[in-house]
Design a protein around this ligand. Structure first.
Ligand SMILES: [Zn+2]
Length: 126
């Protein structure tokens, strides 16, 4: 085993925590969206307690939530992928070039599946 050992257990628990957090967030948004469309109420979300909603603000918030919701789904997908890679023993390897992802990058973004170079390339290609 010449390869440097990574603290997979640590990353795994970080990923699980993050996933849980995102799922809770997603459920809150879902609940608010459905209760808002059914009864016109915003639900019990304390974030919005200080913002009595006029119609425009409410629409705006809901639009933001939808975008945010998609983002959450995407992130959960990335986290699942990272967890799968931990099981596979390929965690920390770049999906694109197969190189090792910088551990500092993984500390910042535990669900990163690309090294910083490939991430740049992919983003440039759009
Ligand atoms: Zn790469």
């Amino acid at each position: 085993m010449a390869k440097e050992m990574m603290d997979l257990k640590k990353f795994k628990s970080i990923l699980f925590e993050e996933r849980k957090r995102l799922e809770e967030k997603e459920h809150r948004i879902d609940r608010r969206n459905s209760s808002a469309s059914e009864s016109g109420e915003l639900g019990d979300l304390s974030d919005y307690d200080n913002h009595p909603a006029d119609a425009a603000t409410e629409t705006e918030n809901r639009t933001k939530d939808l975008a945010f919701d998609e983002n959450i789904n995407e992130m959960i997908g990335q986290i699942d992928e990272a967890l799968r890679k931990i099981e596979d023993g390929t965690y920390g390897m770049c999906d694109r070039c197969g190189g090792q992802i910088n551990p500092a990058r993984l500390d910042a973004i535990p669900y990163a599946t690309l090294c910083i170079d490939c991430q740049d390339i992919v983003e440039e290609l759009g």
